[in-house]
Design a binder for this molecule. Sequence first.
Ligand code: TRP
Ligand code: SF4
Length: 330
Amino acid sequence: MARGAKDRVLSGMRPSGRVHLGNYLGALVNWVKLQETMDCYYFVADWHALTDDLDTSDVPGNTVEMLADWLGAGLDPERATLFIQSLVPEHAELHLLFSMTTPVTWLERVPTYRERIEQQHLESPSYGLLGYPLLQSADILMYKPRWVPVGIDQAPHVELTREVARRFNNTFGDVFPEPDVKLTEIPKVPGTDGRKMSKSYNNTIDLADDAETITRKVRPMVTDPARKRRTDPGNPDICPVFDLHKIFTPPADQEWAATGCRTAGIGCLDCKDVLLKHMLPPLTAIRERRQVFAEKPARIVEILHEGSRRARGVAQATMHDVRAAVHLTP
Ligand code: TRP
Ligand code: SF4
């Protein structure tokens, strides 16, 4: 099928370091699946990373590492367009025009904005942080995608994107179709301390981790606190280790773990070793594939530049229509 006949998909990720199991299961798995049937654009949101840290010294390295993870997970640059936001400066121009049509109040009530101010105790949040979801709207609408595959935390940004498109179209004429969010069914992915897996909690299992590292992280994992002793029965429904079983372990062994837990028939270490038996092979396969790419950073840079050229072609066509609609120059 020709590229143009397929539905288009767009999504992005900030280059904030190594991809962990939560990012992988929450987004990447879906991205990889979608490239089979759709015209996919996936990008590194490096401008958005400036809202995390103005010290950019890690950004180029993180970009290469993240791409190694993407490729290790199975993204294929022959089928999906992989690019860098800042190499397509048209995104900034579109963001500027949206900043003229979008009321500030729409941005002030975006939940991620409020959360970031609270969590990071920001006294004077930057203009860029307020505009974060608007830049995201520009990232998305530039490619006029049918679908935006993201986790539930990003759904309000896609909803805002639809409103931004509507407002622009009403003001200047019909340029942008409204995209739909494609929610990834995210399993609950706990970190090693039982909280949500997150880089900021330092509780992640990364795609770059080798078997020994994963084992070292899983064996001391937090379990049902009621199981203080081997003889205490436990409840798998509230155990983070069991959440990982639900992701990696086939039904028969899941049943074995649940029953053994409830009857104190097995110990937590037995339970974790069976989990490791099931989680290590698929994760090792990803890591080995990622390693091949990580050893060739020049190839990764080439993939990103090639993808960015392709993306830029689409962006320039969109901006041509946008400039005609806004109609400023004589
Ligand atoms: N905000 C997204 C995140 O933190 C990253 C992102 C930026 C994005 N632009 C996007 C995701 C456009 C989807 C579409 O994960
Ligand atoms: Fe969790 Fe397994 Fe221990 Fe039960 S036996 S508390 S499911 S680790």
